[in-house]
Ligand binder design. Structure first.
Ligand code: UTP
Length: 290
């Protein structure tokens, strides 16, 4: 099935990253030299997404500027003959009108953020991508779209038992083939004792139009927020709900540890840094000097 639109909720406060995120959007934090949100947009573009819908909030205008021309910069690079750098600065631009921005006036939760985009979505399934969940390798949302038939599909992965209370946790059902598992139940941030499995939802979703109708009810769940997973869970039994076990490595870049790990891993993969960084890590970290 062709899915043309993706929602990027970027309205959160990013409190785990203060003070860095006091006036800068969390989604603009760089992994090596590229902001998180650009990785997310590239992943969507690789999946054939044509309309990119951002749910922003106060203080997030750096995201809009990032995906626009910077004439001063471009003229400067052009006059200095720095064509490769110019290309890098321009390649995030998409055809006019393909980026849309709506404001979430208060950070009332992920479900609320997605609901804020409702007027930009017709009667069609839509992708939802959380930029702070960085997944390396080939486009995860493309893998999901390729395997999507109907209903709701969520990216899932195994997590440590002690971490289940930070995630939406699924009750897995039968295998539906090709890394897809049926979801029989879904609970947001359960205690270790109440978690139905260790299989957690991470930030990639394909949601059906009916989810917006549930979100319309504005029901609050865990952390007193309007949870996307609660709305999806309430559709189980009425429509298909499946989990997609993606192949890439996922980094929780909303946490300091995940952000540092992503930076190290992706830096080591860069040919210009690989040798020097690996030898520095070996000498300074592994040999226990610091
Ligand atoms: P998080 O759960 O990481 O929340 O949101 P957060 O507010 O960004 O960060 P912390 O927990 O305070 O450090 C996951 C994604 O959902 C978006 C965030 O911007 C992030 O991309 N989000 C969350 C919203 O757009 N609106 C919200 O009300 C909550």
């Amino acid at each position: 099935m062709k899915i043309k639109k993706a929602i990027f909720p970027v309205g959160g406060l990013g409190t785990r990253f203060l003070p860095a995120t006091k006036s800068m959007p969390k989604e603009m934090l760089p992994i090596v030299d590229k902001p998180l949100i650009q990785y997310a947009v590239e992943e969507a573009a690789d999946a054939g997404i044509e309309q990119f819908i951002f749910v922003t909030s106060r203080g997030k205008s750096a995201i809009e500027n990032h995906f626009d021309h910077s004439f001063e910069l471009e003229n400067n690079l052009l006059s200095k003959g720095k064509r490769d750098t110019l290309k890098t600065a321009q390649e995030m631009l998409k055809i006019p009108g393909s980026f849309a921005y709506v404001r979430q006036q208060e950070p009332a939760g992920l479900g609320h953020a997605v609901w804020c985009a409702r007027h930009l979505i017709a009667n069609e399934p839509v992708a939802v991508i959380l930029a702070d969940d960085l997944i390396s390798g080939s486009s995860t949302i493309k893998q999901m779209i390729d395997n999507y038939t109907s209903g709701n599909m969520l990216a899932v992965m195994d997590v440590d038992k002690r971490d289940v209370s930070s995630y939406g946790i699924i009750t897995p059902g039968k295998a539906l083939g090709n890394n897809v598992t049926e979801i029989l139940g879904l609970v947001e941030k359960p205690s270790i004792e109440k978690a139905p499995s260790k299989m957690a939802v991470v930030g990639r979703y394909i949601i059906e139009p009916a989810v917006f109708e549930i979100l319309e009810q504005q029901n609050r769940g865990a952390s007193n927020e309007i949870q996307l997973t609660d709305a999806i869970a309430s559709r189980i039994g009425s429509s298909n709900c499946s989990g997609y076990k993606f192949s890439g490595e996922r980094f929780d870049c909303g946490s300091k540890l995940g952000f540092i790990q992503a930076n190290i891993k992706l830096s080591v993969q860069r040919s210009e840094m690989k040798k020097k960084l690996k030898s520095w890590l070996q000498d300074e970290i592994l040999d226990g000097k610091i």
